[in-house]
Design a protein around this ligand. Structure first.
Ligand code: ATP
Ligand code: TZP
Ligand code: MG
Ligand code: MG
Length: 268
């Protein structure tokens, strides 16, 4: 585990040193906070969704984050274009399937993107990933509902079947590359009282994947760092509003050395 903790902290250090450009095609609710979380982590965000420019923007980016939170058909077309350009350039592509299962448009769009683009990391809540993985379940708009038995096994199986790193976040985050399975215990309940905290987690994973080619470890590192920052922010917060502000401060101030003492991760 000592080596894993070192790798987690080195990856944060690399994000800060390299400040990779992360291209986001994301939703109308979280665009600003996602850009700010990416900056606070030490990377450089750009939001661009015009079909006429996405391939050019991918051309100068080090990672692509796709988020279907407020999708429409034109936006999905742009995501496919951008995703194919990113595959061609061999930079990581992350998909956040916000609300998959809530409506046919969302579910069908996720399936279309995964068919036409090689997705390297799929990050969602337990409901979204259960539905995409074929285990069924319910989603309440964009939020997870229900209880999830044997989630670790389902995440590993889904990762094997889809050939991508899969991350399910929640009180415990489960991450698998089809072989390895990680549990990340970092995080805080206040994250569930602020919209966009999952989307921000996805953007931070994108920044880590830009500098760490082992996308499984990039995802573990990003979620551990993000959860640890949330724990520190909660100590300063009076409620969701001040927590959101404190979260940006903690993402910015958390050093690799301090993170080493906060990581709560198991890998099997
Ligand atoms: P949902 O819409 O269901 O809330 P989401 O896309 O917002 O899903 P979350 O699963 O809430 O994503 O994950 C966002 C962050 O919040 C992750 O870092 C996760 O570890 C953390 N998190 C979620 N629930 C809890 C909890 N109960 N306790 C601690 N951390 C949590
Ligand atoms: N509606 C459409 S997208 C969105 C809402 C509320 C934001 C979802 O963000 P997250 O990170 O999944 O909570
Ligand atoms: Mg949440
Ligand atoms: Mg979400």
């Amino acid at each position: 585990m000592k080596n894993n903790i070192s790798l987690i902290c080195e990856t944060l250090d690399d994000v800060r040193k390299k400040s990779p450009l992360v291209h986001n095609i994301t939703n109308l609710v979280v665009t600003n906070v996602t850009a700010n979380a990416t900056l606070a982590a030490g990377a450089s965000p750009v939001m661009a969704h015009a079909p006429e420019e996405v391939a050019d923007m991918v051309g100068i980016a080090s990672a692509l984050v796709l988020n279907i939170g407020t999708l429409d058909v034109n936006l999905i077309d742009a995501m496919v274009k951008a995703g194919q350009a990113a595959n061609h350039k061999n930079i990581p592509v992350l998909l956040d399937p916000v609300g998959a299962g809530a409506t046919p448009l969302r579910t069908d769009s996720v399936m279309r993107i995964m068919k036409e683009v090689n997705i390297n990391i799929l990050r969602g809540n337990a409901s979204e990933i259960s539905i995409i993985g074929g285990y069924g379940g319910q989603v309440k708009g964009v939020d997870a509902v229900g209880s999830f038995e044997g989630l670790g096994d389902k995440v590993r199986e889904t990762s094997q079947r889809l050939g991508t790193v899969v991350a399910v976040t929640g009180a415990t985050d489960y991450i698998s590359d089809g072989t390895r399975l990680a549990r990340v215990y970092n995080g805080h309940k206040l994250l569930t009282h602020v919209t966009g905290t999952g989307c921000m987690a996805s953007a931070v994973i994108g920044a880590f994947a830009a500098v760490q080619r082992d996308y499984f470890m990039a995802t573990v590192a990003a979620l551990s760092y993000y959860g640890a920052a949330a724990e520190l922010a909660a100590q300063q917060a009076k409620g969701p509003g001040s927590f959101q502000v404190a979260l940006f401060d903690s993402l910015y101030n958390l050093t690799p050395a301090a993170l080493a003492g906060l990581v709560r991760v198991e890998i099997e």
